[in-house]
Design a protein around this ligand. Structure first.
Ligand code: HPA
Ligand code: MG
Length: 226
């Protein structure tokens, strides 16, 4: 039965794999803000699927870290939506189980992209002093990991404050040729090397107000180019 069914995880959950030939869903099948008509190519990951996957990540995190105190470190700006939804799901699980996961939530802001290109200089803006992480169990929450360079830099920065443990949750991991091999412990989706927007992921600050994760169109890139 179902010999052609590929199970993508080799025992470890590396995220839902979206293959290179995935064309996405036609925009006609979903609602999205009218101000973005013409700016998108397709719905790549519908909002409901993101929410369902986030619920499962919350369960995995609870299973591993339940009954520890954790400090959630949300990587702004793109991580805010995923972090908010993930924390909500963890809270819901804590309400309905004997195991609880006491959490505090903090924020750090990183910036490295202009247009759809990563820039060499990664800025850490705000919360540079992370001494409140010393001796704590830290869960870093990121929207997207591509080369892993940002994550590596951030991990080094966080490690300097000597937390007891560091785990990373990333909603998206992009398959890129120049990956540093630095991967999150919890991955929502592994996606092809395409520029995606929505669910707080931006292109020059646009598209954060889009629920679905979508692929931006060429005309969208031109319209919002800086
Ligand atoms: N979209 C938005 N921001 C990003 C991306 C992306 O595909 N990759 C890295 N930062
Ligand atoms: Mg950005």
């Amino acid at each position: 039965m179902a010999e052609d069914l590929t199970i993508q995880t080799g025992g470890k959950d590396g995220g839902i794999v979206i293959n290179d030939d995935w064309p996405g869903y036609s925009l006609e099948l979903f609602n999205y803000p009218k101000h973005y008509s013409g700016d998108l190519e397709c719905v790549y990951i519908p909002h409901g699927v993101i929410m369902d996957r986030t619920e499962r990540l919350a369960r995995n995190i609870m299973g591993d870290l339940g009954d520890h105190d954790i400090v959630v470190l949300c990587v702004l700006k793109a991580g805010y939506q995923f972090c908010a939804d993930l924390v909500e799901r963890i809270k819901a699980l804590s309400r309905n189980s004997d195991h609880t996961l006491p959490m505090s939530v903090n924020f750090i802001r990183l910036k490295s992209y202009v247009n759809d290109q990563s820039t060499e200089d990664l800025h850490i803006v705000g919360a540079e002093d992370l001494s409140f992480l010393t001796g704590k169990n830290v869960l870093i929450v990121e929207a997207i990991v591509d080369t892993g360079k940002t994550m590596k830099t951030l991990l080094k920065h966080v490690e300097a404050f000597r937390p007891k443990m560091i785990k990373v949750a990333g909603l998206l991991v992009k398959r890129v040729p120049n990956s540093s091999g630095c991967l999150p412990d919890y991955v929502g989706f592994e996606i092809p090397n395409r520029f995606v927007v929505g669910y707080a992921l931006d292109y020059n600050e646009y598209f954060r107000d889009l629920n679905h994760i979508c692929v931006i169109s060429e005309s969208g890139k031109l319209k919002y180019k800086v």
